[in-house]
Design a binder for this molecule. Structure first.
Ligand SMILES: [Zn+2]
Ligand SMILES: [Zn+2]
Length: 410
């Protein structure tokens, strides 16, 4: 068993139904029930600064230690987490040590926020260093959310960690990679080598196609805030042992491309054209790939010794739908998903851990080959850009039903 075969799978960034654009089913009970089916032992509450959501969290979960909660029926553990937008519209992920820290920060933010208490992910009119200082002073862990996305992120707005966080930069302990980047992209920026990378779903719904579509595996003694803090700070042998997430090429903004017709451009060419598409006149949006190339001070990824592997996966239902050449809601997909999850205990068990010969026993050689092709990165990827997701194509030996492409990934 590889070192990362053991540990707690955790998704620490999601949003409740009190955030804009989220599922009305994003409720504590359902989340607690779905998390173990995905294979997550630990999830973030998300939106804990919101009083309505916090009330539900307090009602439905019991505190098993400071800053650590558990669902009495499903056993799913939770940490107190939230996301805040600063005055520059950069998003930050916060992990709180206790309810009292949440309430303390809510009190301080309320003087600088119009929508705290209304919106699950509030806008706070503080600069990034001011916001970081406040959060760190109540004992939070804080880092940039989805740091490379071309919206509301650190590297959309700034060119370095120090430019963003100023005198607080050295106290930032982690960076969230986001769906559009992975370790190998981020490790071309030497300023990030000190940080722990987190890979979280930013899910807006409780279903396993979304929840845990990216997650971290923590090498910790038990799922508690204190243990996670040690892991993020890499103390006493605790650490993140595996990051798991999307192939960043599938992201909507991976390549520089036209936001109307999705024609892709080299960065130089986009500049020459003044960021206007020469086919349709639409605006060209800079891709994450080109943005990382602009920022990178290393020609090749250079991961520090503490960096865990990054495993690229997709939601199991998406993989099965690709195999059937159909939609995720197809009853055949659901039935196959159910059989696999019943046999291996969870979706992550199937995607990451189950031996191929055992998968074959349940669903036959074709599907086990497909799942292994994912693990081994053998699928052909057509990168996304301009707001359109990338596509996947099966290798010829797996595409008996003809060439299938996988479109809408989130
Ligand atoms: Zn965000
Ligand atoms: Zn165009």
């Amino acid at each position: 068993m590889p070192e990362w075969g053991r540990g707690v799978s955790a998704d620490l960034h999601l949003h409740s139904r009190y955030s804009g654009g989220t599922s009305s089913r994003m409720e504590v009970d359902l989340l607690s029930q779905q998390a173990p089916l995905k294979g997550l032992g630990l999830v973030g509450t998300g939106d804990i600064l919101h009083p309505g959501w916090r009330r539900e969290v307090r009602e439905k979960l019991r505190e098993v230690g400071e800053g650590t909660l558990e669902h009495p029926r499903y056993g799913t553990r939770f940490l107190l987490t939230g996301e805040v937008e600063d005055s520059r519209r950069v998003h930050h992920l916060l992990l709180f040590p206790s309810f009292s820290a949440v309430e303390e920060l809510e009190e301080r933010f309320s003087r600088r926020s119009e929508d705290l208490g209304k919106e699950g992910r509030p806008h706070v009119d503080l600069s990034p260093p001011e916001l970081a200082e406040e959060a760190l002073s109540v004992g939070c862990l804080l880092g940039p959310s989805h740091a490379f996305t071309p919206w509301t992120s650190l590297y959309k707005e700034f060119n370095s960690l120090r430019e963003c966080y100023g005198d607080q930069a050295d106290k930032i302990s982690f960076l969230e990679l986001g769906l559009s980047a992975d370790t190998y992209m981020a490790d071309r920026l030497s300023e990030l080598s000190r940080l722990t990378f987190l890979s979280n779903s930013d899910s807006h719904s409780p279903w396993p196609e979304r929840l845990g579509r990216e997650f971290n595996r923590f090498g910790i003694q038990e799922p508690t805030f204190e243990e996670v803090r040690k892991a993020v700070e890499r103390r006493e042998g605790r650490r993140v042992v595996l990051n798991v997430g999307f192939d960043p090429r599938l992201g909507k903004y991976h390549r520089t491309a036209c936001s109307r017709c999705f024609k892709q451009f080299e960065l130089e060419r986009a500049r020459e054209l003044g960021w206007r598409c020469d086919d349709c006149g639409g605006w060209v949006k800079k891709g994450v790939w080109d943005r990382v190339n602009e920022l990178a001070d290393l020609p090749e990824p250079s991961s520090p010794p503490h960096r865990p592997p990054y495993l690229r996966v997709a939601p199991l239902a998406e993989i099965l739908a690709l195999g059937w050449g159909t939609e995720v809601r197809d009853p055949r997909v659901r039935e196959t998903w159910r059989r696999l999850v019943e046999r291996f205990g969870s979706e992550i068990g199937v995607l990451v851990d189950a031996p191929p010969e055992e998968i074959e026993e349940v669903v036959g050689r074709e599907f086990s080959g497909l799942i292994m092709a994912f693990r081994r990165q053998e699928l052909k990827v057509f990168p996304g850009g301009g707001g359109r997701y990338g596509r996947l194509e099966l290798p010829p030996h797996l595409s008996k039903r003809g060439q299938r492409t996988l479109g809408d990934f989130t």
